[in-house]
Write a protein that binds this ligand. Structure first.
Ligand code: ADP
Length: 332
């Protein structure tokens, strides 16, 4: 080996791009450190082996190279393996061998990814503004008018935070991030949630009633299902007048668990029932116009259930009440 050869080998092993050299049969003649890191295969394991026998990435690369090598000329192309993107240089060497050089690419962020990041970054400064607004009243004497303005700042930031959390959920839905499933007992979950809503129901003079059966555990993304139930129960209380009733029930039926949230509230007329699951849709109604909301809760709930393979359904009669319900399967 000449000193030149050892320089080349040193260089080949230390470049950041994963690279290998193949003979015409597709057997590995050289395999650098970056290739080792990418494929979890050392050069000792790879040498003299067919590329396609060395795991998922080399197997895809081998198919790609076979296709390109038929043309006999060097080429530059793109390769996608699952979520991974590569630029691939296939270089036809003078002695008929081939060098393959990979350049891992970052997936270009989607609009939903960008939105998710921006919203996420907005949470901290908003929390800081809210915190400092609260501090002003504690560290200095403020008069009634100043206190009123501080209260308004805090309320406005509270509204912005609520909107940001809803938009974060929308971005989550659009980004297609996988569900995190675990065993969930829906009756226990609802019982815990109802405790949180009890005070607000009482303040509004709404009777919150639970009819929960003993049900088996089911696989679900518990945090997301909790969000759905939180929204349905919250809405039912919000859109029901004093002395009304909200009933949340679970029972096992036909290989699933039927969950329903029923109220004796304002109801939703037929013409709006189809639109109710669309983003930002709020029923135009003078009796509910003053009730605060974003029109995102039901759309997000609908999407979360859809991701579980479940449909959120509605039966409603204006001035009598609404029933939102869905059937969670016992297994995946
Ligand atoms: P928000 O309540 O924040 O406006 P949602 O997406 O949860 O957003 O609900 C969308 C709209 O559907 C509400 O604005 C309201 O008009 C209507 N709605 C939701 N739940 C009920 C309910 N239980 N009874 C009557 N109307 C409802």
């Amino acid at each position: 080996m000449t000193s030149n050869d050892s320089d080349y080998i040193y260089f080949f092993n230390h470049i950041l791009q994963p690279a290998c050299i193949l003979n015409v049969a597709g057997e590995v003649l050289a395999w650098n450190n970056a290739m080792n890191a990418l494929t979890d295969t050392s050069s000792e394991q790879a040498l003299n082996q067919h590329l396609y026998t060395l795991g998922m990435i080399p197997n895809h690369l081998s198919q790609h190279w076979r296709y390109i090598s038929q043309g006999g000329a060097s080429s530059h192309s793109h390769l996608q393996i699952g979520d991974l993107f590569f630029e691939v240089d296939c270089i036809h060497l003078p002695n008929s061998n081939w060098a393959l050089l990979l350049e891992p690419q970052k997936k270009s962020p989607t609009q939903a990814d960008v939105l998710y990041t921006i919203l996420h970054d907005l949470k901290n400064p908003l929390a800081a503004i809210k915190g400092y607004a609260e501090l002003i009243g504690k560290i200095a004497e403020v008069n009634d008018m100043q206190q009123r303005y501080i209260g308004r700042i805090q309320a406005a930031i509270g509204d912005m935070q609520e909107l940001i959390y809803s938009l974060l959920d929308v971005a989550w839905v659009d980004s297609g991030i996988a569900l995190q499933k675990s065993s969930t007992n829906l009756s226990i979950l609802i019982n815990d949630l109802a405790g949180r809503h009890a005070e607000r129901a009482q303040q509004r003079g709404v009777n919150l009633e639970l009819k929960l059966s003993v049900v088996p555990e089911i696989p679900s993304d518990e945090r997301r299902i909790k969000q759905v139930l939180n929204n349905l129960i919250g809405n039912a209380i919000k859109y029901t007048k004093p002395d009304g009733r909200v009933t949340v029930s679970t029972f096992e039926q036909n290989g699933g668990i039927l969950v329903s949230v029923e109220d004796t509230g304002v109801g939703i007329s037929e013409e709006y029932q189809e639109k109710i699951f669309q983003r930002f849709f709020r029923v135009p109604d003078s009796t509910t116009d003053k009730i605060e909301g974003t029109g995102l809760g039901l759309a997000i709930s609908y999407e979360i259930l859809k991701r579980h393979g479940v449909e959120l359904k509605l039966e409603s009669t204006p001035a009598k009440g609404s029933k939102f319900y869905f059937m969670m399967p016992l297994s995946n």
